[in-house]
Design a protein around this ligand. Sequence first.
Ligand code: HDD
Length: 694
Amino acid sequence: MSNDKQNQQDAKNQQLNEYKNSNQGEKMSTDQGIKISNSSESLKVGDRGPTIMEDFHFREKMTHFDHERIPERVVHARGFGVHGYFEPYESMPELTKAKFLQNPSVKTPVFVRFSTVVGSRGSADTVRDVRGFATKFFTEDGNFDLVANNMPVFFMQDGMKFPDFVHAIKPEPDNEIPQASAAHDTLWDWVVHNRESAHMMLWLLSDRAIPRSFRMMEGFGVHTFRFVNDQGKARFIKFHWKPLLGVHSLTWDESQKLAGKNPDFHRQDLWDAINNGEYPEYELGVQIIEEEQEFDFDFDILDSTKLWPEEQVPVKIIGKMTLNRNQDNFFSETEQVAFHMGNIVPGIDFTNDPLLQGRLFSYLDTQLLRLGGPNFNEIPINRPLAPIHNNQRDGFHRMTINKGKVSYSPNGILNNDPATSSFIEGGFEHYQEKVDGRKVRMRSESFKDHYTQAALFYNSLSEPEKRHLHKAFHFEVGSVKDPNIKQQVVEMFSNVNHTLANEIAKGVGVEPPQSNNQEPKVAPSPALSQLQTKFSPSTRKVGIILADGFKFSEVQEMMNALRNQDVHIEIISKTLGKVHSDQNEPVNVQKNYATTHSVMYDALFIPGGKQHVDQLTTHKEAKDFIKDTFAHAKTLGASNEAINLFSTVLPKQTQLANEQSKNELFNDMGVLTIQSDQLTDYSQSFIEQLANHR
Ligand code: HDD
């Protein structure tokens, strides 16, 4: 990496460094810099007397504490931020004049905030929800914010409906129940009265809504944007992030258990990966539609409830983002970062998508309240790298010291500085789209097909994905109390697919669909199924349960093979400390049963060793580990004596089978067993299966 490239990447870090503060080796002071002699006792009249007003240190400490909280985001309150950089693969002046997309040797610093939408700041990471994927690019032309989600469509077509939708999906206002969940009456009441939500509701009830990791989900800009080149030629585009680790999900049971066992599962996963040097990478792609093709599709490209099937409009990969540094302070960075759809750079422009237009107002507005005034752009995490010169002045918490008398334009005193820039000089000029029409509160006829793409998504899912979707309906709509709403959900989704509608009806205890709706006949789009994704064992996590007397050679062989593939291993036992092998070799235990659970691993391996297996037979927790790993269809492996342990825990037929047919039976069930001291081939099969996720 050349120095220039490195310097560019570090520019944001250097800017942030100026504001960093560490207490290490320092003396305690007040906010005014006065050294403090005692910060535990308030100033009193006598050692049992009242505290006195004069105690400036007490008052400063307490008032600061009393004012520590700011309003949480009205949506996307729970999030987690990381630093990184973006690099384009090639120069693309024909497509866009955006400078950060021109030079493969320039790394543009980024800050990304991943989030859930509905839950409050302290809710669990693994709930069923859309995930936010917001990226701030600190480009030389100023900040570009790509405020994306991990689903390519949205609940509604017009920003005007957003407050209604959010009120309906948030906890109900009388009792603030349920937290971080769509499984309640008001949301589904909203859905049946807003049928444009059909497509997005299927995404929300699909496995995409319970990702395995922030590192394993796609990102979508959702709206149609424009790329504009230096000749002023524009094209319609959609942005995509594609994770190099592939797109993978939890099961519903795992995500529910994780919400209790480790509510920070996703942020922990990201934090650990970056600390381990396993930097998450996402390729940036664009779908491109020429202006002349605007009306060539059977959907309106300005409608945010529609995606552009990748088979029809391929995704062109144009660069890669690497996330390589954890934040230093959650509040200063993740909490204070302010995204805004209107943060855009020359070469990228908006379209008339009415949802996008609504967002252009809302983001700036919300930051004014959340961050206490108009100077939030001066907070270090939000500061652009590009220089700022304008006549905006004053307001709460102004940091910049603007010199001189002139704060207006045009002016003579400063010869009209700061001067504006022409398009050629890099000034932002809005794309001169010709628009002609009457002022109306209406929706275009071309926005009125709500079911074809919902059917496209449903038809594109594999059988297991469809089964998960049906079960998700059983839970979400099953939690609705009003039978009328449930019945209307069934009727609504009979417009999408009759099997789906009947499945919903069966699971939630209402009548099959009464109306004779036509199902749209749509061929699947394979790109929409998660089965088409990439699979890799790298950075996956395997639990190995041990008790004293385990076969050392087996564990060693397995661990070496896993480590060679960058798989993480955690040794689990009844108590923390050390366990000893059949050779009396000590091994450190990282987790005891109390501090972990099967849902925190991608796979489980139990080695042989008679004494060790005899003990595990008496451990309920070890058996629960095996049961859950099996129930969640994750890689489960045992060698030699441990196979017997599996037969006592797993389905009845394995207990009845003889030794040979037992092994075959296990292998048919996806459980990997081996009766041999040589684990070389076995460990490779284990890794292959681990890579396949389930
Ligand atoms: Fe939004 C936050 C993504 C529609 C209004 N939104 C927010 C965040 C993401 C998105 C990722 C979190 C940003 C962060 O991490 O700080 N929102 C989307 C996507 C949408 C969308 C992909 C549809 C395509 N949003 C949307 C609409 C409106 C808003 C239609 C209002 C008209 N969104 C907001 C907001 C938030 C927000 C109220 C809350 C906190 C914030 O902006 O900074 O302004």
